[in-house]
Design a protein around this ligand. Structure first.
Ligand code: ATP
Ligand code: MG
Length: 434
């Protein structure tokens, strides 16, 4: 992408309405535009990151055996009357009446709809287990939308739903998602710690919130310091194994939200921090399958009401949470796996023929090699170019200037650490392509 053509409306001033750093930086970096309270348009830079995050979520869901589909945003109220949640959901639900006076709603979640789809087609234990997911916009009329994407009204969520014949099967589905979630966030370059969560009126003991530690988190959390060292990607439990040993080992390391914290059980080396919830997994048995009659014929021919779980990741909130956890005074520091571009080429003097020739050549070769590269070909002061690049947080910056070229070098800078390397053009290329 050429920066001279890119729709990237960066701001110099800090927007007054933004209270948290992710909101400020997303506005300043030209990633989003608020269109009404708690509702945002994703501009090209932001959209690229959102897609990266969604793709990692997708790959880990697929790896865990879940199958992607897509359900609509608009739902019929009838389904929600069956489950009893139409009234219970209250004012957070955006209710809509169509021209025939039918009651509709903009979905805040999809348990009812997926249960209805499931029961229409699945009639036998032979078709179990099933795990279905989608990545779709949700609407919740939050009483106080705030902190930008962190608590929006319209937001992107990955939600999936597992269906099993019995409790043992449902718990295995839960453990698979537990692993998938740990892997998902680790692959994004962030540490999300699963914390025992309150299961509310539903009861049961299987619910974990995945929490990123960041100063601006909405809630207080507690965890064993060992969590900070764990590297789940180095573990290799096969996703189709029973995962018991893995799950027991991980859940034995203390981590709890404020509601569940028990000082008596906490370890000596306890970390107390603020946290942002980026995911939530839940086993709830027959809560929806019973009222909505999701029943299959069991092995002995007797009817069995299926066991269900649901699992959510706030895909759009994750984008903001990553920024909360990874930024500095100058701007965003994208972890490479979710960065909008891997590399930026900064042309220090576009009216210098040699400088532009080298930049154009680099740009063509990198693009040809499918490296996602942003080329700053604007006729701007170097200082303004560097400030923009640091603000939007591209992991690697390759600076090409007339003086360096005379000495046969370009400068490669790593955004995360500020380290700079003087390299020949060929060495720089080899380095970023590796
Ligand atoms: P919270 O307690 O933060 O309101 P929740 O318990 O209502 O979250 P879930 O229903 O479990 O959330 O939704 C799954 C995920 O969707 C959450 O873990 C969170 O990451 C995300 N999420 C929920 N509400 C919002 C929102 N208003 N804006 C952005 N993301 C959200
Ligand atoms: Mg909520």
């Amino acid at each position: 992408m050429r920066m001279s053509q890119f729709f990237l409306p960066t701001l110099k001033e800090t927007p007054a309405e933004a209270q948290v750093v992710s909101h400020r930086l997303m506005l300043r970096a030209g990633m989003i535009r608020q269109t009404s309270a708690g509702i945002y348009a994703w501009l090209p830079l932001g959209w690229r990151v959102l897609q990266k995050v969604a793709q990692i979520v997708r790959e880990e869901q697929d790896r865990a055996g879940a199958q992607e589909m897509l359900m609509p945003t608009i739902q019929s109220a009838d389904l929600w009357k069956q489950s009893g949640r139409y009234e219970a959901y209250g004012k957070e639900m955006l209710r809509i009446t169509d021209r025939h006076d039918r009651e509709m709603l903009y979905g805040p979640t999809n348990e009812e709809m997926i249960t209805d789809i499931f029961k229409t087609f699945v009639k036998s234990y032979k078709d179990l287990p099933k795990n279905l997911y989608h990545i779709q916009w949700k609407f919740r009329d939050e009483i106080r939308p705030r902190f930008g994407l962190m608590r929006g009204r319209e937001f992107l969520m990955k939600d999936n739903y597992s269906f099993d014949l019995d409790v043992e099967g449902a718990k295995l589905s839960y453990r698979r998602m537990f692993l998938a979630y740990l892997r998902t966030f680790a692959r994004m370059g962030i540490k999300a710690i699963p914390m025992r969560a309150d299961t509310g009126p539903i009861g049961g003991d299987l619910s974990h919130e995945f929490i990123i530690l960041a100063e601006t988190g909405e809630s207080q959390v507690f965890c064993d310091r060992r969590w900070l060292e764990l590297d789940v990607l180095a573990e290799a439990p096969a996703p189709d194994s029973d995962l018991k040993e893995f799950f027991d080992r991980y859940t034995s390391i203390y981590a709890a939200t404020e509601e569940m914290h028990d000082a008596a059980k906490a370890p000596a080396d306890l970390v107390t921090a603020r946290g942002i919830e980026v995911g939530h997994i839940f086993y709830f048995g027959k809560k929806y399958s019973q009222p909505m009659e999701a029943i299959v014929a069991g092995p002995d021919g007797q009817p069995v009401t299926v066991e269900m779980g649901s699992y959510g990741i706030g895909v759009s909130r994750v984008v903001a949470a990553i920024i909360e956890a990874s930024h500095d005074e100058q701007g965003i520091i994208w972890p490479e796996p979710v960065a909008p571009f891997k590399l930026a080429i900064v042309n220090l003097k576009v009216d210098d023929a040699e400088c532009s020739r080298v930049c154009e050549d680099l740009y063509a070769r990198l693009s040809g090699a499918k490296v996602e590269v942003l080329y700053d070909d604007r006729n701007e002061r170097p200082g303004a170019k560097f400030a923009d690049m640091d603000l939007i947080g591209v992991p690697w910056q390759l600076t090409v200037g007339p003086r360096g070229l005379k000495a046969g070098v370009v400068e490669l800078k790593r955004r995360a650490t500020g380290e700079k390397f003087e390299l020949s053009v060929e060495d720089a290329l080899a380095r970023v392509m590796a």
